[in-house]
Design a protein around this ligand. Structure first.
Ligand SMILES: C[S@@+](CC[C@H](N)C(=O)[O-])C[C@H]1O[C@@H](n2cnc3c(N)ncnc32)[C@H](O)[C@@H]1O
Length: 241
């Protein structure tokens, strides 16, 4: 999923989210689960010299990459968990969390934390995929469907959180402003294999007895011979505190 951020569709939804957050100079902005810091330079540019950007992630290796990426910028990198953000209550004007909630143990707790650390009137952006929307073109449609089912049921913790984002944000006390979708399209097999874990997850599904070995291998070989098409949908919710 990290490489998805560097594709054209990946760049487009990230730019759209930053625009929707309407970040002003001098504000404090949090990127919760900032990963390697892909979005931190753009956020730093928006808040300017008087503003502050905080990037939080629990993975030290990601934080190291985020530090390298933001060297010389007004960005604070903090190690921490989105279930208990290392951020003062009511101190943040804008916050975003992008493709993190699908992985965490308790998404509602992470949203409660975003509510705690934001000021009244703050804007918060949430982006998550809905893996039920993963479609892979193949002559063997049943195996494509079995692959998607296996991904949603066994691979990703909260695989269908995309469709629930607005409801969860509402429950956490936010007012929903906009709900949008983006559908990254993969035409390159190698790119999709790397980003969507086609080979890796197929292997796991075969081992778990969810896809027949010979049929799975034929499906995968067919995909690699192209032409290739796969897509999935990301949901973006912008809400206010
Ligand atoms: C798919 S990456 C997304 C990174 C970044 N938001 C982006 O859009 O490029 C997911 C990130 O969430 C982080 N993460 C997962 N669970 C977390 C948690 N409970 N607390 C903090 N970070 C977490 C991972 O370490 C990883 O960097």
């Amino acid at each position: 999923m990290l490489r998805a951020a560097s594709s054209d569709a990946g760049r487009a939804y990230k730019q759209q989210l930053i625009d929707l957050l309407d970040i002003a100079s001098g504000q404090t902005v949090l990127d919760a689960g900032c990963g390697p810091g892909t979005d931190l330079p753009a956020l730093a540019e928006r808040v300017g010299e008087q503003g502050t950007v905080i990037g939080v992630d629990r993975d030290p290796a990601m934080l190291e990459r985020a530090r390298e990426r933001t060297n010389g910028l007004r960005v604070e990198i903090r190690e921490g968990d989105v279930h208990a953000l290392p951020v003062e209550s009511g101190s943040v004007d804008r916050a975003k969390i992008d493709r993190v909630l699908m992985h965490v143990a308790h998404p509602a707790q992470a949203l409660a934390e975003l509510h705690r650390i934001t000021r009244p009137g703050a804007a918060v952006g949430l982006v998550e995929p809905d893996w039920d929307t993963l479609v892979v073109d193949a002559e063997d449609l049943e195996t494509s469907r079995a692959f998607t089912r296996y991904t949603t049921e066994e691979v990703v913790r909260h695989a269908t959180i995309g469709r629930s984002l607005a409801r969860l944000a509402d429950k956490a006390g936010f007012q929903i402003r906009t709900v949008n979708t983006t559908t990254p399209v993969f035409r390159d097999f190698q790119d999709a294999d790397h980003t969507l874990g086609l080979g890796r997850n197929l292997h796991q599904a075969i081992t778990d007895g969810r896809i027949d070995r010979n049929r799975g291998h034929r499906w995968f070989t067919g995909l690699s011979e192209g032409p290739f098409y796969a897509s999935f949908t990301l949901v973006t919710v912008v809400c206010s505190r």
